[in-house]
Design a protein around this ligand. Sequence first.
Ligand SMILES: Nc1nc2c(ncn2[C@@H]2O[C@H](COP(=O)(O)OP(=O)(O)OP(=O)(O)O)[C@@H](O)[C@H]2O)c(=O)[nH]1
Ligand SMILES: [Mg+2]
Length: 544
Amino acid sequence: MGIGLRTKKSVRLKSLSKRMNRSIESFKGDHLEDSDDEVFEKVEQLEKISVKGKHLTPVPKQDKKVLCRGNEIDSEQFRRRMRRGNVTRYVGEGRKSVVRGRNELGKDVESAGKGMDSTSGLLKRKPSRWKKRDVDGDDSDYEQYSGYKDSERSNERIRKEEAVNKKFRFKRSKVDIELSKSKCDFVSEDAEIEKNGKGKGKENENSEQKPVRRPTRVLDKSGKKIRVQNKPGENGLMAPAVPKRRKRAIKIDPFDMSNKRLVDSDENGQQVDELVENVPVISKNGQFRAIRPSDEILSFVEDNLLGRRRLIELKNAGYNVKLSAPLDNIPFSSSEQRAKIEENVFRNKLEFFAAAKVSSSFPPPTIPEIAFAGRSNVGKSSLMNAITRQWGVVRTSDKPGLTQTINFFKLGPKLCLVDLPGYGFAYAKEEVKEAWEELVKEYVFTRTGLQRVCLLVDTKWGLKARDQELIDSMERSKTPYQIVLTKTDLVFPIDVARRAMQIQEDLKKNKSIVNPLMMVSSKSGAGICNLRTVLAKIARFVKP
Ligand SMILES: Nc1nc2c(ncn2[C@@H]2O[C@H](COP(=O)(O)OP(=O)(O)OP(=O)(O)O)[C@@H](O)[C@H]2O)c(=O)[nH]1
Ligand SMILES: [Mg+2]
């Protein structure tokens, strides 16, 4: 770099000596003792031109005579500008002018009238560095380029706009405060400040930058802080917001047999691990969880793998989980062993033979009947398929209300299974559902060959009012009925046991009830074998 600089210096010296009509030797001779840099500095002073960095090539000195459009601009001012922008030449309006000059970065620029400022005749530059004041296509947008009068005009306009804005903001804040005063019974903090005149100046100062804050926290008459709604109510008053209550998180342990609730957090959100006992009003769920099943029921549930179970548990117990109702098979059994149903009567083919919508169309009662009653979707039809292992003979659906007639199925010469329409919620008209209910009651009251009614109850929901109604009517007609808990695979084993205990307790005084209470799952097959055994006894004592 040093060499390059020296070369340029020598070139520069040469041109200077030429211009000043002095030989280089004579020039140097004056400053023999000076270093090159010092000589340069002196040359710079002489020429009054900037020699910075690499831009050592001087701009050739031009004639001071300047041609401007109509000589409108003060020549002294223009010259000053020219010096700042390093403009060297300008040819007037209407002619294609060539301007050579140097921009702010010290770079030589040559322009053929394209980048000219129309008023000042200065070289235009990309205006990104200038602060844009207003976007209206006016030249005064760019402070740097606008003439003195233009900039003054724009400044004045900006000042006016700011004054109007300020006035508007102040007015708005005043209206807001007055509104809140008149609408709200409480004395707002903000209004109080305004009233006392404290921070009034501050308010005005800040109003330029910040939007006025609407009062949301106010003081009531006792001086206590309360929240008010942002929007006024129907009557136009700012009503105090109702504080939101935190919901208590309750941990539920499926194996917890006590009626204790573990409270995770109190209302303030603080962690409190305390046992809440002796709650005066216990919910139905709480009452259910308070039930302590007997050891007998608990062991029965465990032995028969009732309740929700993991597949791995069933696999380990030797059941093939790929089969439908796998628990209705002998563990670690072959396919031949699996095909066997212990009770002969249930090995018979299940055959549909009659359907009745009204009592007059009931078939003659020649063989004993076992009816399956219960709420819609409780699993009556599925259970009939499961106990006979003949999937698909009785139609099932996840939509409540599929079975709408009393359907009679023959199971060999000795037994008849009857699928009753469900009651309670179903996708049917009210009057239609009432008709089903009446039909079921009529069948249960009047049917002579009816040996037993299996009243199916969903383990999850337990006995409902309509179940109780049917039980009462069967009690009155002395129809033997047996409670069968269904869908046990959907609840925890402990809850299966609790439900069994609960129903046994509720119905222990009933006379027509047949014990034991059965627990089954048509899906997993749990308890199906036991139900078969119980029902097969009915067929055994029938005389052909
Ligand atoms: N998980 C599970 N689902 C079951 C069980 N039994 C039945 N279901 C399902 O429950 C739904 C209703 O079964 P259905 O047998 O049609 O019930 P229903 O009592 O005959 O119903 P209606 O004919 O409408 O009175 C079906 O989607 C069955 O797959 C069971 O033991 N476990
Ligand atoms: Mg059905």
